[in-house]
Design a binder for this molecule. Structure first.
Ligand code: FEO
Length: 159
């Protein structure tokens, strides 16, 4: 059985994953609106990954017979100054998300919640990949700067 503290921290994490889903969907929509369909597709897939993260925690809570909370999801931004602005925000969001996962691991360890700690290790590894994927795109966008052909090539290569 979970401590109340872990239960509520996992529920907060579900909410944060849903907020990431909503934000990335809004980013995908922004990319569509500026005709960057590679970015739109890629960001749409990131949104789906966030939904899958939320559902993974949802299933875990049910497995442990803990209540799942359904908190409201804040409204995301719908416009960004540039593709670099949007992707940089996503990258910052992932860095913060890694911090939250680490805090959850610390909490699980403090409570000697071994199953929760093991469960969270998947997220620890996932965050390393998520940060790396976004960092790579940030760097490419910084490299091409205002070169529209460079942006076109990045968009073409994103799946
Ligand atoms: Fe669910 Fe992108 O972290």
């Amino acid at each position: 059985m979970f401590s109340k503290e872990i239960q509520s921290a996992l529920n907060e994490q579900i909410n944060s994953e849903f907020l990431a889903w909503y934000t990335y969907l809004a980013m995908s929509s922004y990319f569509k609106s500026v005709n960057l369909n590679g970015f739109a597709r890629w960001m749409g897939k990131q949104a789906q990954r966030e939904m899958a993260h939320a559902m993974k925690i949802y299933e875990f809570l049910h497995e442990r017979e803990a209540p799942v909370g359904f908190n409201s999801i804040s409204e995301p931004a719908v416009d960004w100054r540039s593709p670099l602005d949007a992707i940089s925000e996503a990258y910052r969001r992932e860095q913060e998300s890694s911090g939250r996962i680490n805090d959850l691991v610390d909490l699980a360890m403090k409570n000697r919640a071994h199953a929760t700690n093991t469960f969270l290790q998947w997220f620890v590894n996932e965050q390393v990949e998520e940060e790396a994927r976004l960092r790579a795109i940030v760097k490419k966008l910084e490299l091409v700067g205002d070169d529209r052909y460079g942006l076109f090539l990045i968009d073409r290569d994103l799946r």
